[in-house]
Design a binder for this molecule. Structure first.
Ligand code: ZN
Length: 393
């Protein structure tokens, strides 16, 4: 499958541009025409994080004329293991601004547009409409579905990538020519089922492997060369060092891009659609959530509590709350944790940020521990409010 170029060529390249892009210009498939198309191209990168870092660096170096960067977050020390667009001195700065700095240093001949804001249903259509193509480097399902829906509604291609531990995936979703993200994943996964990189970790260099696939595909679409990753899902296994691709068909029943779409505008609330925690967990946590400071006070007062850390052993090793017993969430879901809970103590659960402990809390309450509670914000909140000398992750 080949597709026509996404953008028209710019009128000309300057002498500086010819010098800079000479290694592109002497590739027959790219040539002057291809480089002029890149110059005329407007690409938006959603997220200046793990995938956005390599993507932005290479899109800039390649000479994409207008490069948009949207991110609301600030650079954290734990980002530097993989988000190579940011440096030590950028810690605490807005990611969008830090990324823009790096990009301008790599290529002063391109225009950089900084969107230092949260992408929302209010602004996504307007922001996207200024670009030819979207590169998706988001790390959560709510944003991902919103990016997909906006791209489909605006008829724009978007290059998607996803990373977790040693596994990467990438594809090009473009409803005009193939499937959209909803054709592949009609429903978001149940809350709590798919751990994020913040929960499960990611090998830093995996970002480069997947981000470079995304840039590769963006350049092909913009210039109309090669066989784009439309209708194919690229799956990369860094441990086996294997790439394979599987066909993804457009789903004629897709609620968004199928024959009889029922989703014809953006959803009102993507967070609710994807559910940060399940309904059961939200119900269990309502009225049964304490703060880290309240937990500290309970401990200091010698209250009769049994504190359970529901994270994984390697997380417990990084940082833990004094006195906590480790029983991973999975043991609550399969029921085996229950016999380890004392009947004569108040059960207090915690995890990293409060989502997993809410899931476990639902199980514990169902088993009859009516006064059980969990710590909102988890160990991260403990580090922040009770003992900042402990490491965060
Ligand atoms: Zn679809």
């Amino acid at each position: 499958m080949s597709l026509p170029p996404l953008v028209e060529p710019a009128a000309e390249l300057t002498v500086d541009e010819v010098r800079r892009y000479s290694r592109h210009l002497i590739i027959p498939d790219v040539g002057m025409a291809g480089q002029k198309r890149l110059k005329n191209a407007k690409v938006l990168c959603v997220g200046a994080g793990g995938l956005g870092s390599p993507a932005l660096l290479y899109l800039a170096a390649a000479g994409v004329g207008t490069l948009g960067i949207i991110d609301f977050d600030v650079v954290d020390e734990s980002n530097l293991q993989r988000q190579v667009i940011h440096g030590q001195s950028d810690v605490g700065r807005p990611k969008a601004e830090s990324a823009a700095n790096s990009v301008r240093e790599i290529n002063p001949l391109i225009e950089v547009v900084v969107h230092n804001t949260v992408l929302t249903t209010e602004n996504v259509m307007e922001i996207f409409s200024g670009y030819d193509l979207i590169v998706d480097g988001t790390d959560n399902f709510a944003t991902r579905y919103m990016v997909n829906d906006a791209a489909v509604l605006l008829g724009k291609p978007y290059v998607w990538g996803s990373i977790y531990r040693f596994d990467g995936q990438a594809s090009v979703f473009w409803a005009e020519h193939g499937p959209c993200y909803r054709c592949l994943y009609p429903e978001p996964p149940p809350p709590g089922m798919v751990p994020s990189c913040a929960e499960g970790g990611v090998l830093g260099v995996l970002c480069a492997s997947v981000g470079s696939i995304q840039v590769n595909e963006a350049i092909k679409l913009l210039t109309g060369i090669g066989d784009p990753l439309v209708g194919r899902l690229m799956i990369y296994d860094a441990l086996e060092m294997k790439y394979r691709d599987v066909k993804v068909r457009k789903d004629p029943e897709c609620v968004l891009c199928g024959k009889n779409p029922t989703v014809t505008e953006l959803l009102e609330d993507y967070e609710a659609f994807c559910g940060a925690v399940s309904e059961e967990a939200a119900e269990a946590a309502s009225g049964s959530t304490i703060t880290a400071l309240e937990l500290k006070a309970m401990q200091d007062n010698g209250e009769n509590i049994f504190l359970v850390d529901v994270r994984e052993p390697n997380e417990y090793e990084i940082v833990s709350i004094p006195g906590a017993t480790l029983i991973p969430k999975g043991e609550f879901l399969n029921g085996s944790a229950l016999e380890r809970l004392p009947q004569d103590k108040k059960i207090v659960l915690h995890c990293k940020s409060g989502a997993r402990s809410a899931e476990a809390l639902a199980v514990v309450k169902n088993a009859g521990f009516a006064d059980a509670v969990h710590v909102g914000g988890g160990v991260l909140s403990w580090v922040k409010t009770v003992d900042p000398s402990l490491p965060s992750y």
